[in-house]
Design a protein around this ligand. Structure first.
Ligand SMILES: Nc1ncnc2c1ncn2[C@@H]1O[C@H](COP(=O)(O)OP(=O)(O)OP(=O)(O)O)[C@@H](O)[C@H]1O
Length: 260
């Protein structure tokens, strides 16, 4: 079981944006997608989510081509939080949160339970009856993260099917507290048989939270593997076009990255 990209490419009239990428996101792992601006990360996530179709190759969810799944079936299997979600209609926060609730998630009582639990985790209780488009950027991002979790909720099921959570820079507008809260929450998410693919720009946070890393540049994979495999100073320096130092921090017990 996995969310697979098999030799996918995405071209526009004048540009090859994704060039023959293959990957497999496993349930139970956090795969961090790294790369410079314009490398193709968001496009790759949109392809994996089914939002856009590859020019070549295919995306499979648990061995079934995503093109053979209905939108409802896709929604059950994977949840996608894109970079910025503008909602022009004046929805209340509670409406935005419950939009993703599916029959598979459980009944109304279960929905209330999920809302109560996740809103407490991400301090949204006081915002439920505010208009979504009046929230700050960070508040909107917390709402979108909780919405994407609510979509995959299987609270009362002790052995849920594999599911996949795709997150495009979910911490970009968050303060330090909520940034750490969201990233450490992924450790709880992944043990629920969910595979998480997340785009991050902060290399130190990537080193801390990734089980595996996919480094892309110019639409292609540069390196795909463990943090140790990817966090090679020469490789990172080339991709990010500045001298980068990587060292093992004894006290933190992980690799840390510095710009030289
Ligand atoms: N539909 C499109 N039509 C034309 N060009 C596009 C389209 N989508 C993406 N691009 C271009 O493809 C490249 C990759 O964009 P993408 O948003 O995937 O990059 P990214 O790695 O997510 O960047 P960032 O870190 O800045 O968010 C960019 O040069 C972008 O301008």
């Amino acid at each position: 079981m996995s969310l697979d990209a098999k030799n996918i490419s995405f071209n526009t009239k004048n540009q090859k944006i994704i060039d023959n990428i293959s990957l497999a996101l496993q349930p139970g792992e956090v795969l961090v997608l790294l790369g410079p601006n314009g490398a193709g990360k968001s496009t790759l996530l949109k392809l994996l989510s089914g939002e856009i179709k590859p020019s070549n190759g295919e995306v499979l969810i648990d061995e079934t081509s995503i093109t053979k799944l209905s939108l409802a079936e896709q929604a059950c299997k994977r949840s996608f939080m894109s970079q910025q979600v503008a909602i022009n209609f004046p929805f209340f926060v509670i409406d935005v949160l419950t939009m993703g609730w599916l029959d598979e998630n459980g009944d109304q009582q279960e929905c209330n339970k999920a809302l109560l639990f996740l809103c407490k985790e991400f301090s949204l209780e006081g915002l439920l009856y505010k208009k979504y488009n009046q929230l700050s950027g960070g508040e909107q991002q917390r709402v979108q993260f909780v919405r994407s979790l609510i979509q995959l909720w299987r609270g009362s099921n002790s052995s849920p099917e594999p599911r996949y959570l795709l997150l495009d820079e979910p911490t970009a507008s968050l303060d330090f507290n909520f940034e750490m809260k969201l990233l450490s929450y992924l450790n709880k998410v992944k043990i629920l048989n969910i595979g998480v693919l997340i785009i991050l720009h902060d290399l130190n946070l990537a080193a801390r939270y990734a089980d595996r890393v996919l480094l892309v540049d110019d639409g292609s994979i540069v390196q795909y593997g463990s943090v140790k495999d990817v966090f090679q100073p020469k490789l990172l320096s080339e991709v990010f076009r500045l001298p980068i130092l990587v060292e093992y921090h004894d006290e933190l017990e992980r690799l840390v990255v510095h710009a030289q």
